[in-house]
Design a protein around this ligand. Structure first.
Ligand code: NAD
Ligand code: ZN
Length: 248
């Protein structure tokens, strides 16, 4: 076992307020492509910006068509050993919770309770006109069958959108503030499977480090915060988390 893994396990064992921060890389081992994978939904379609979605029925149709394709990957995915290990650490009281950029809901399915979803969730829809929320599945079915964008059943004709943060849309303020507080109060921040280049999300582990936390980065490729990290663990998220867990 490498000494880096042992040292990280030591930090985690002693931590009083550790936080895990995850990105798309933790879910690739569940079969969901990350942002940069060639051939993924992300590289195939143009981005529908939030303001377009709001004002154009055609853009809403385009958005729903894209989301339906992404939904297939989500619906078939199960949490992997990485999600499970993070859930276990929370249950054992080793971490305060997990801050995620992911919209796939796999942390909750793995059993994590304290999850801050910075970019919302694709498992629900929300009405832009009355704030109503509901599980996404019936609306996916409806769109597939009718090829018409579903309207909000609560207010009658509200614009329904997946409860995710679109490009051009602001992050949920309460969630972002809470995540910032977790990081500022943390003595250890472990980032898993994030390129740490998407802001404001990447600013959170950075804020943790600035306020005295140790920063551990688990990622296959280079990240935007490698230069300030206390520990870099390159390679598979699942393997790294399993190894740390075994060393605790
Ligand atoms: P990113 O795509 O920018 O970075 C993912 C990182 O994970 C990459 O640096 C890659 O090298 C690494 N990686 C991929 N598979 C790995 C593995 N098995 N082991 C170790 N490292 C691995 O993702 P990001 O930082 O989360 O930012 C992209 C944005 O896209 C986020 O805002 C997120 O909301 C969104 N997104 C979410 C999902 C999801 O919910 N699963 C999927 C794609 C994109
Ligand atoms: Zn509504």
């Amino acid at each position: 076992m490498s000494s880096d893994i042992e040292l990280t396990a030591n930090w985690l064992r002693r931590a009083k307020s550790a936080v895990v921060f995850t990105g798309a890389g933790i879910s690739t081992e569940s079969g969901i492509p990350d942002f940069r994978s060639p051939g993924g939904v992300w590289s195939k379609y143009r981005t529908v910006y939030f303001d377009e979605f709001c004002r154009s029925a055609q853009a809403r149709h385009e958005y729903w068509t894209q989301k339906i394709e992404a939904h297939v990957a989500f619906a078939a995915a199960d949490p992997n050993i990485g999600h499970q290990t993070i859930a276990k650490w929370e249950e054992q009281g080793r971490i305060r919770g997990v801050i995620t950029q992911n919209i796939d809901g796999l942390h909750q399915i793995a059993g994590s309770q304290n999850v801050l979803e910075l970019h919302g969730t694709a498992r629900e829809v929300t009405c832009l006109d009355c704030d109503w929320r509901s599980p996404v599945d019936p609306f996916v079915t409806q769109f597939r069958e009718t090829n018409e964008v579903p309207l909000c059943p609560e207010c009658g004709d509200g614009r329904l959108k997946h409860a995710t943060v679109s490009f051009g849309q602001v992050l949920p303020e309460l969630t972002l503030n809470r995540a910032l507080r977790w990081c500022q109060e943390a003595d250890l921040v472990i980032t898993v499977g994030s390129s740490l280049v998407v802001y404001p999300a990447a600013g959170l582990p950075e804020a943790g480090k600035r306020n005295g936390a140790k920063l551990v980065i688990i990622n296959r490729d280079e990240t935007g915060l490698d230069t300030i990290a206390d520990m870099l663990i390159p390679g598979s998220c699942g393997e790294a988390l399993t190894a740390i867990d075994a060393a605790i």
